[in-house]
Design a protein. Sequence first.
Lengths: 302, 316
Amino acid sequence: MSHAAQAPSLSQVSSERHRSDQLKKRAHTRSLIARTLTYVLLIAMTIVIIFPLLIVLITSFTPNKLTQTWPPKIIPSSFTFDNYTSLFQRMPIGRQMVNTVIFAGTVTIFSVFFDAMAAYGLSRIDFKGRGFLLGLLIATMMIPAMALLIPVYKLLASMNLVNSYWGIIIPRLADVGGIFLLRQFFISLPKDLDNAARIDGAGEFRIFLQIVLPNAKSAVLVVAMFNFMGNWNDLLWPLIMTSKPETRTITAGLAMLTGHGSSVTPYGVVMAGALISALPLLIIFFFIQKSFVQGIAMTGIK
Amino acid sequence: MSTSHKVPTVQGVAQEVQENKKSLSRRNIRIGLAFVAPALIVLTVFVFYPTVKTFFTSLTTDRINRSGRFVGFENYAKLFTNGDFWIDFRNTVIYAVFYAPLVVIVALAFALLLNRKDLKCVGFFRTCLFMPFIISLTVASIAWSFLLSPSLGLIPYWANQYFGIQHLDLLGSKSTALATIIAITIWKNFGYFMVIFLAGLQGISQELYEAASLDGANAWQRFLHITIPGLRPTFNYVVIFGLIGSFQVFDQVFILTSGGPDRSTETIVYRIYTEAFGNGKMGYASALSYILLIMTLILGLAQLISNNKHEKEEIG
């Protein structure tokens, strides 16, 4: 009796199933709407975000006359390469590109290597005074580089290193941020790796070069990319350390081109310079973006 | 006999171990220092020494090409009684106070949009949204100065066309210039923080959300009670880095406004640059530098303290 009462009737079951189907359907429609909305929103926002970059691209190929018309148009009625030829006449852009590659490249290679060495010493070797050094470096991290520009400039000027590669490169050869990031990563690597090599009689430098460094590729990549980007894009430092167009980096050269009161140079030419200066980094980024983005994510989660 | 014979041997072994340890620790100091040396030398010459040197210069009337005389804290006194410094200070603080939270909110909003599991092409969107972070502030500033130019730009044109605002000059008017620079910098940098937030979001366990849904929590409640607490450590990092970074604003100001109109976008770093390398007043600019340094240190300490507090709360 009680059993029969508890058992739901066939019609009840079917109505229940119907209801749950309906609920599922509703949930499905809702998630479909939400998804579509997300797409629409994302596409719209992405267009807004990259719009200024597209404008740089388009304007660099727009004839000078057409950039000065009112109302302004997104797509001009004709295209030209004149801005690029004019750019090459106005600034030694090839030379500046070489300067930038030498500056950012040399700094990156050495700084990453020195940072990694320091990080190795501060994470893998237990020595007296390590805590003190670490504390000193943490304090350094908070000192804004801008606050130190004056004595650094005077020191380099007294050594006649203004307008030279050495002058612009040497002060950047180590970077506390990089040391910390790499140290964090080295700590997370299992110690068994190097201990095994140590028992086999490998020296510390060999362990560093052949075991720890190859296992820290993702962290090294992030530090290297940040270093390269930071120096490539830097403005204030090369601006102070260079006073001639031939010794400037491309970013500083570009800033001088638009200068104070950008009316002197036509926008099309400036945009051509902007595009040329940004292109190398964008190309590198497209090649390494996945590991770079993953690496950046790692920097945020301690 | 035999026992008394054994004792010194044990001591001898202990001594030997002790000596081994000593030589090992000496060896470690040598190796450790060798590894740290290259970086340490660079940092000593270009960070530690300048930190001390800037302070001493700030006590003088040194100029770019000749030494001045010692004046004690006169430069600081001059700064604090000079209205211009307070304008720079105010601009820098306003910039930081608005930039850091806003860039975090924008970044978080995009990260939440991208975090949907059923979304395709996440990689494509992420790449596009990250692009402004790759380019230099110089290029970004050039692009925006064109878009905002009152006589050539699309934005003033649209403002006129669709909203009836005539002669919109966002960078050229005192009331909007700083806000515009903040907005441009948010556009440039949010992608970096977005990527960090995305990783933080992916670190929050999906089960928490499911359990909360079963308990009848709506999307907003889930966001407030699971997402936000789950992102706590990320927030801490992002806000402090945003703040410290915003004390160093220079490039945008240099290219877009040169500090104007009427000093409304002049920041401390921009002033250091013009005083030191424009006017050649090294002593005065060094005093400014030290104030910037102290401002940053205070922030850093606040971060350390708040970090410790939260760690304690979590343990306790």
